[in-house]
Design a protein around this ligand. Structure first.
Ligand code: TRP
Length: 376
C-alpha cells in the first residue's frame, strides 16, 4: 500500500493515483478486454450499444461471456454493485450506476446494492460509524434519483443488515487464508483486524440472491476496476460454496478536474458533487485543468490537446451524447478553433442542467427510500 513515487500508477480499492494505464491493469489483474465480438453479443439483447460501451468506458470483464451464454439458455443473472459511503456522491460515481440501470432495464434483472458503511468506518481513521451510516442514507438518495425501482432494487446497509449477511460472510471468510488476503490487499502489521475480515462482507451480495430466494444464478458486477481484488478472492471460493463465480464488467475512472487521478471525494475542489449549487459548479469547472495553451493567440495558432483535457473527458463520459458533435469538438480543439473558456461554459451549463433535475429527483427519493431497503 505504500508507494513513494508520485507519478507511479497505484490502483487499489482504497487508492487510485497517477496516470492510469488500463491496458496494463488488464494484464496485471488478469481480466479480459471487452472485445467487439462480446459487444455484439450484448447488443443482441440491448439493441444499440449504450454510449458507455460505444466509448469504451467499460473496457474489461470477467466471465461476461459466460453470463450471456447462460442467459441465452434461460438462466438469468442478478446485478450487484455498491458504494463506500465516505462522503457525498460526485458525478464520477454516477457513471457505473447509470450503466447498471441500463443493464437492469434491458435484461430485466434484480439489482443488489451494497452500502458499505462498515468498510468506510473500519478503513478511514477520521470517520465515525454514525457518519458513514448517514452518508449511506444520503448516497441511497442519489442512486434512487437515477430512476431505479423498488420492485427490483434491493439496498443492503451493512451495519443494519448484518443479520442477513453474517452466515455467508463466515462461510466465505473460513475459506480465504490470511496469506491470500495479504497478497491481494497488501495488509501490513499495522492494519486493523476489522479490515482483514472485511473482504468477506463485500463477497456476500454475490450470493445473497441464491440464499434469499433459493434461485442459484450468477451475479454480474458493473464497477470501476479498482474493486477487482475483492472479486478475485470471491471467485476463488464461489464454487466451493456451491455458487457461480461472480462476473464483472469494469469501467474506467472519471478523472477529477485537476491533473491526473480520478475524481475523488477527498479532493472537493476537483470533484463535482450531486448537491453542489450552480455557482460552485461553475467555479470548479472554471478552475479545471485543460489541454489548452498559455495564451489565446498561441492556442489559435497551434491548437490544444483534448487527450489530456479534463473538460473534454466530461463530454465523453456524460455530457455529449451526440458522437458527431463530440468528434467535431475534438477536431476544433486540436485546430485551435475553440478556446477552453468556450468548452468550460458549455460544460458548466450542461452539468448544471443535469444537476437541477437530479436534485429534484433526489428530494423526491426521500419519500420512497425505505421501500428499497432489502427485506428479510
Ligand atoms: N468497496 C466499495 C467502495 O469502497 C463499495 C462496494 C461494495 C462495491 N460492494 C461493491 C462497489 C460492489 C462496486 C461493486 O466503494
Amino acid at each position: 500500500m505504500v508507494n513513494e513515487d508520485k507519478n507511479e500508477m497505484v490502483v487499489t480499492p482504497w487508492e487510485v493515483r497517477g496516470k492510469v494505464d488500463y491496458e496494463r491493469l488488464i494484464r496485471e489483474f488478469g481480466t479480459q478486454p471487452l472485445t467487439d465480438e462480446l459487444l455484439q453479443k450484448i447488443a443482441k439483447y440491448t439493441g444499440k450499444l449504450h454510449l458507455q460501451l460505444q466509448r469504451k468506458l467499460f473496457f474489461s470483464h470477467r466471465d461476461l461471456d459466460t453470463v450471456l451464454d447462460l442467459y441465452e439458455k434461460g438462466t438469468k443473472f442478478v446485478l450487484y454493485t455498491g458504494r463506500g459511503p465516505s462522503g457525498g456522491v460526485h458525478i464520477g460515481h454516477l457513471v457505473p450506476w447509470i450503466f447498471t440501470k441500463h443493464l437492469q432495464d434491458k435484461f430485466d434483472t434484480r439489482l443488489y446494492f451494497q452500502m458499505t458503511d462498515d468498510e468506510k468506518f473500519i478503513i478511514e481513521d477520521e470517520l465515525k460509524l454514525e457518519q458513514t451510516r448517514n452518508f449511506a442514507y444520503e448516497n441511497a438518495l442519489d442512486l434512487i434519483a437515477l430512476g431505479f425501482k423498488p420492485e427490483n432494487t434491493f439496498i443492503i446497509y451493512d451495519v443494519q443488515d448484518i443479520d442477513i449477511l453474517y452466515d455467508l460472510a463466515l462461510e466465505v471468510a473460513k475459506r480465504i487464508t490470511y496469506s491470500t488476503a495479504k497478497a491481494t490487499f497488501g495488509f501490513q502489521d499495522s492494519t486493523n483486524i476489522g479490515w482483514v475480515f472485511w473482504p468477506a462482507i463485500q463477497a456476500v451480495p454475490c450470493f445473497i440472491h441464491a440464499k434469499l430466494t433459493g434461485e442459484n444464478v450468477p451475479a454480474l458486477i458493473p464497477a470501476a476496476i479498482d474493486q477487482d481484488p475483492y472479486w478475485r478472492v470471491t471467485r476463488d471460493i464461489a464454487q466451493k460454496l456451491g455458487y457461480y463465480k461472480p462476473a464483472q464488467i469494469h469501467c474506467r475512472f472519471l478523472p477529477g478536474l485537476g491533473i491526473g487521478g480520478k475524481m475523488s471525494a477527498s479532493q472537493p475542489e476537483t470533484s463535482i458533487f450531486t448537491t453542489d449549487p450552480p455557482e460552485l459548479v461553475k467555479r470548479k469547472i472554471w478552475n479545471a485543468f485543460t489541454g489548452g495553451k498559455g495564451t489565446a493567440a498561441e492556442q489559435k495558432k497551434t491548437g490544444a490537446d483534448p487527450n489530456i483535457c479534463t473538460i473534454f473527458q466530461y463530454f465523453v463520459y456524460l455530457f455529449e451524447e451526440d458522437t458527431e458533435k463530440l468528434t467535431g469538438r475534438e477536431r476544433k480543439c486540436k485546430a485551435g478553433e475553440v478556446l477552453c473558456g468556450e468548452c468550460k461554459a458549455v460544460l458548466a451549463e450542461r452539468v448544471n442542467k443535469f444537476l437541477a433535475e437530479h436534485q429534484k429527483k433526489r428530494e423526491k427519493a426521500k419519500n420512497i427510500v425505505q421501500e428499497f431497503h432489502i427485506k428479510r
